[in-house]
Design a binder for this molecule. Structure first.
Ligand code: ATP
Ligand code: MG
Length: 593
């Protein structure tokens, strides 16, 4: 391919709306163009990258025994109503684009394909003899993300590889899950990416294992915790650890103390010299449940700890045995709108009376009481007295009415001790989620009545797994992991071209002829080569070459008259001046060992 024919438009300036390096470089290098919020055109260079990634993904998926298919992107609402996800995905903060056809039938644009594929499997897979099956597809997904950003990292239209496996037994699901784990490690390695597998939240489905693959990068949206002995890694949404011990409370008599204007942990500590770990912090949340009821939740945490909202949602969902559609902290205004008055915010204790909710307009009239282990483990503590400007000191759980359910509700943090090894500690890193594998269990097969006949002749719902890779996100994550101040440094396996021949001055006939000769030598050896034959200044061409980041470059310049060229490696700029035939064969040797 010749650069003069490539429709290459590079930008010198950093586009104003691009915040992170990879997004800036893909825009500047002529890889992508923004069409709308979270909607991008993949320009020819980008499409070549995406095709190389999908080729690797296909090879490894095929190798694992999975079957490629292509499912529709228009999904009839009935399927999503059957699984119980239509409401959650289309109303409120739901991310499914949806529409009506000319007959007034509702349809959704596929954000994920559990419903469609589970329904299909129920139709096609009748007997245990047909199992297991692992179906995958590579396709555009649609998600009306609340905050589309960072270019391809969080798009509203993006390319995903998704796979769904069907099994007669849970153990068989586990072995496919392990095979997918292995395949994913290979895929990311072949793409030149360092991706860390981490334990992930498996949401309200419960029990089932799930693992994410994270490309570590400052710009990552996820916080991950890795143990310094390398034996444990988890998304903060899921991570469990041992917090620092609480500072013991001096032996004080139990009493109620005036604490005016001390409605926060900091204010209490400042005023009395207490440590935050001696105080119980009480938070109020409202959970909107699947049956449309609204459940107030009262959470007790040790004052120096942070609530983990994912753990909270999972806990509520498990206790009430329903999906939680939304769970947000309750504000003073929310209370007023419910007609719930006299809530002593800032001075609440774990035993806040249910009586307060008796007049609530639509909320359930009682609190769901939860406590994190850090709070329940305190023998004596300081907590609000449920009256304005008052706290109780040296209080114990036996002094309080209403026993909370005790669970892990806190955020694990850097420095915490690890559960698997008390000598090891957690370190925080940021990560970009490029893949996710998941043991779904039988949630969808049960909901969609999707079953097979087992060996004993009885009908049983399938065991299912699902496995995703964000193909377009992965491409950008590779840039985030491999770039320098001058531009992209693509890993060779996914670079749009493997090598680029730059002719410094195309008006010099000798240079042009030698450039063509080197280029043809590479093409004939089956190398994906690019020839920069543009009538531009050499400096411009070198800058563009750095920016678009082709891994190897052969520069044909002034020394062409002596048959000499420069062979340059983009990643570390290592340069060798060589006779052109030597340079060509050395490069072919590197790329096709
Ligand atoms: P996230 O937590 O980042 O929103 P998710 O958990 O919703 O992602 P999955 O449903 O597991 O994502 O989708 C599989 C993969 O698709 C993810 O691991 C990610 O790489 C990719 N992906 C998800 N959402 C987007 C998006 N909006 N834009 C680009 N890639 C995405
Ligand atoms: Mg995920």
């Amino acid at each position: 391919m010749r650069v003069s024919r490539l429709m290459l438009v590079t930008l010198r300036d950093v586009p104003a709306d691009a915040e992170i390096a990879s997004h800036q470089l893909l825009l500047r290098g002529g890889y992508i163009r923004r069409i709308g919020a979270g909607i991008y055109a993949y320009l020819p260079l980008m499409w070549r990258v995406l095709r190389k990634i999908t080729a690797i993904v296909r090879e490894e998926m095929d190798q694992s025994g999975a079957l490629e298919t292509l499912l529709p992107q228009l999904h009839p609402s009935e399927l999503w109503k059957q699984s119980g996800r239509w409401q959650g995905y289309t109303a409120g903060e739901g991310i499914m684009f949806h529409l009506e056809d000319r007959q007034g039938r509702e349809l959704g644009l596929g954000p994920t394909h559990e419903e469609v594929v589970t329904n299909l499997a129920g139709d096609l897979l009748r007997s245990y003899k047909q199992l297991p099956v692992n179906l995958y597809q590579i396709q555009t997904k649609f998600r009306d993300e609340i905050r589309p950003r960072f270019g391809l990292m969080r798009g509203r239209e993006f390319i995903m590889k998704d796979a769904y496996s069907f099994h007669a037994e849970e153990n068989d699901l586990k072995s496919t899950y392990t095979a997918m784990d292995q395949a994913y490690r290979k895929i990311f390695e072949r793409c030149g990416l360092e991706a860390v597998p981490v334990d992930a939240d498996s949401g309200a489905i419960g029990g089932a294992a799930s693992q994410e693959f994270m490309v570590t990068a400052e710009a990552g949206e996820d916080l991950i915790l890795i143990s310094d002995d390398g034996m444990y890694a988890a998304n903060q949404e899921k991570a469990a650890s041992i917090p620092p011990a609480a500072v013991p409370l001096a032996d004080l008599d139990a009493e109620t103390l005036p604490t005016p204007q001390q409605g926060s942990i900091d204010a209490l500590c400042d005023a009395h010299g207490w440590h935050a770990s001696q105080i119980i912090k009480v938070l109020l949340y409202l959970a909107k449940l699947d049956d449309e009821s609204e459940q107030p939740v009262l959470i007790s945490l040790r004052g120096d700890q942070e609530l983990n909202e994912v753990k909270l949602i999972n806990a509520v969902s498990q206790i009430v045995d329903q999906s939680v559609l939304d769970c947000q902290s309750i504000s003073q205004d929310d209370f007023s709108r419910q007609g719930v008055l006299d809530i002593p915010l800032g001075f609440i204790g774990p035993d806040l009376d249910d009586q307060l909710l008796s007049e609530a307009r639509s909320w359930n009239p009682h609190f769901l009481r939860l406590a994190d282990h850090t709070a329940s483990n305190l023998q004596r503590f300081i907590c609000g007295a449920n009256k304005p400007d008052l706290h109780r000191i040296s209080c114990g759980w036996n002094d309080l009415q209403g026993t909370p359910t005790v669970l892990d509700l806190r955020n694990a943090k850097a420095g915490d001790q690890c559960l698997h090894n008390l000598e090891a500690h957690l370190v925080e890193k940021r990560g970009i989620e490029v893949g996710h594998i998941f043991q779904l269990g039988r949630k969808y097969s049960k909901a969609l009545n999707s079953s097979f006949t087992n060996e004993a002749g009885r009908d049983e719902p399938f065991w299912m797994g699902c496995y995703g890779i964000g193909i377009s996100r992965l491409a950008q994550a590779a840039v985030e992991q491999h770039h320098d101040a001058a531009g992209i440094c693509w890993p060779t396996t996914i670079a749009p071209f493997e090598a680029m021949v730059v002719v410094a001055n195309i008006q010099d006939e000798q240079q042009m002829a030698l450039g063509e000769q080197v280029y043809n030598g590479l093409i004939n050896a089956g190398i994906d080569a690019l020839l920069d034959d543009r009538k531009e200044r050499a400096g411009v061409k070198f800058k563009d070459a750095d920016l678009i980041g082709i891994p190897y470059r052969i520069v044909v310049g002034r020394d062409a008259s002596e048959g000499l060229v420069e062979l340059v490696r983009r990643s570390d700029r290592e340069m060798q001046k060589l006779p052109h035939a030597t340079a060509t064969s050395a490069l072919i040797g590197t790329l096709r060992p």
